[in-house]
Design a protein around this ligand. Sequence first.
Ligand code: GLA
Length: 735
Amino acid sequence: MNTTKKAIIILLSSLCGTGGLAAQKHITVSTQNTCLALKVTDKKQLEQVYFGNRLKNDIELQTAALPAAAAYSTFGAGHTFEAALRAVQTDGNTSTDLRYVSHRTEAQGSNIIQTTISLKDAYYELNVDLCYKAYQKEDVIEQWVEIKNNQAKSITLHNFASSDLSFKAAEYYVTQFHGNWAEEMKMSEQLLDEGIKIIDSKLGVRSNQFTHPCFLLSLGQPAREDNGEVVGGTLAWPGSFQFCFEVDPLRNLRVLSGINPYASTYTLEKGKTFKTPALLYTYSNSGTGTVSRRFHRWARQYGVKNGSGERSILLNNWEATYFDFDEAKLVQIIDDAAKMGFELFLLDDGWFGNKYPRDSDKAGLGDWQTNTKKLPHGIPFLIEEAHKRGLKFGIWVEPEMVNPKSELYEKHPDWIITQPHRELSLMRNQLLLDLSNPKVQEFVFNVIDNILAENPGIDYVKWDCNRYITTSGSQYLKPEQQSHLWIDNANAILGVMEKVSAKYPNVCFMACSGGGGRMDYGSMKHFDEFWISDNNDPLQRIFTQWGGQYFFPAIGMASHVSASPNHISGRSAPLKYRFDIAMAAKLGMDMQPVQMTEEEKEFSRQGIATYKQIRPTILHGDLYRLLSPYEHNRTAYMYVSENKQEAVVFNFLVRKDINGDRQTVLLKGLDPDKEYMLLEINREAGKGKKSRISEYEGKKFSGDYLMTVGLRFTMSNEYESVVIRVGQSGTIRME
Ligand code: GLA
């Protein structure tokens, strides 16, 4: 190790209270503003004593008499509540008793400090490492656990949480994110009573369909945007997860987070290590706004592939054509897309399968050869048509799935997830491939690798996953390993994702799962974008994007303008409203241009041009939520560039308000001392359509004024939206 790095480690260790005499007793995992303090008792048990704001002087935590709770609870050995770890030792002993052995703290670059605390069972050769990465600037902690079986025979793991956090407050409120296909990421909050509240998924794959692996825990009061103590947590795992909140009779709360132990007993062979996925969490005493901004900043740096890069405005042919297309139709769409200013054309489902053409979702899935009837000149022809018009080219795949009506299934009926003596359980007419089988892992990797190798001009891949596990049997795993399937399958798909993203760092990947079924930071570090919902209805999107943005940043959140009436909801809404909500994230479109009027095309052209100007602020700025659609009839939020010179404010009316909503909107996140000018953008053309904020335009306002007095303009009409660009004089010009 070079001396500079060594010096950093020692310095950080002592700052965090891990150096000198105290090293035996106290360990602190700290970021710039937060601190998780742990203590080793005289009996060498590890306890959590504090999680909250960082103190000026951490050392005081070592002398204070703070309530303590097990830092990683185990079944048996005196623990009476749900345990983070439950293991059965080789001799049948059902208890585990972990004691502190050592810990080390290491700086990884200038922003990450990793602390590893090694524990060992008091009797058995069972080692458990608690690992923490503390992201200094972003105030996010990433925690996972490595369980090592150093005994002579295998042991059985029943519970294997990634983290075990304890809290002491008068009241605890938990917000969960839940929904279903086409209505993902709804939010609901509840007061915890004594006993257990579990938020979990048992779907194995596409496991976010009903519940998302994120929670907000508010201490002492319901969660608020700008004040109060809140912890945000999200599990980086695409498989079944569980958050278990247990309030004991003394009103202490313990939160266990990790892989769902449900039906997932795991045999850990001798010499092997079981590594849990990571829980990412942050503590804020300034409400949920801070939690989201920290996650977004962290994600742009570490959580999303190419998170500080650019994103292309794309036109997708899915809702434009569904399976019904040929070369001429696609070239016409590409041509129109180029004229409107799009930057990428995405060819969706339906381009493959010959013996069983993929003309509907009933056949062809698994047969990744170009359909020669629809596309006689192959994919390279389409790539060229796109590239010569200045558009990038993207393609859809769903490599983990198969239709029974396919050549792949005819060849490999043993590759699917199913239970013996049971009927095949189809969803969307398809079956899941069994990724616990290494041959299947290779096949899935090769599907993408071959498509990209054969078509080097592909710039973008939409990787879909349209069903979950209903019959959790593997034809590859041995009978006694059947309960491993949930975990092995999720680890295997993460392995394939990693291999693909490492081989193709410059190809943009979108994680899609029939909408937002795969939005988790385990997957997302291999994906540049994610599809949050199949439902592009603008009113539904207000809620879906609102929920999604608590943990996930706009840079990855693809949002598309689609036809009116909407294909899923049947709702009709003006093009401007549809555009504005899509522009509030990563803009795209799912429409057939030949079905658009010239006015609509012109509006789209201008909207795209406007978006290109504000895109850096939206995709790389900080999000400030102003008005919640759950509490107000108007929802509003804004993005502010990191240097606070630019901002964009989005306002959407949720329902018609006959008398006008007379809402004051207090802006946030600006520099109080800077002067700003305002401009309504993405306005509808037409005589007499003056700006909704004409009284503000052309004048200068301090950040202080905009954040203290705010903006007042009334909204009243159904599907009304107002987008305001806020910039420093000189950067804003009238359109
Ligand atoms: C899923 C996706 C859609 C589309 C279809 C294609 O439903 O979410 O966007 O790609 O599959 O079959």
